[in-house]
Design a protein around this ligand. Sequence first.
Ligand code: ZN
Length: 111
Amino acid sequence: MDREKVIREEQKCPICKEGIITVITKSEYYSYHSARAFNKVKRIPVHHPEKIEIENKCPNCGASKQDIKDALEHGKQIPHEEKLKRSKKAGMPTVIETTIEKKDDKWDEDD
Ligand SMILES: [Zn+2]
């Protein structure tokens, strides 16, 4: 799999359950980038995790795209207690993607 699938659908706002918002889900996928080390070129797989994007603010409760995204992501993957902890940190920028890229770079082995 080297291309992401993009699904675009209308959903009810996870916060007020009334407003209609447009959610774009990009499936996880792998791509490759080449890294040059000495005279060798290596293909390094890069994992792109599933990503959710929100296209509009909630017209009903006015929740921002980020609020809606957090609510959708947390509702899906994070158990209740963790959800409460995280919601206190709302507003922090997410660094998940850069963390993953750095991890992949270490994958390179010199021998
Ligand atoms: Zn709403």
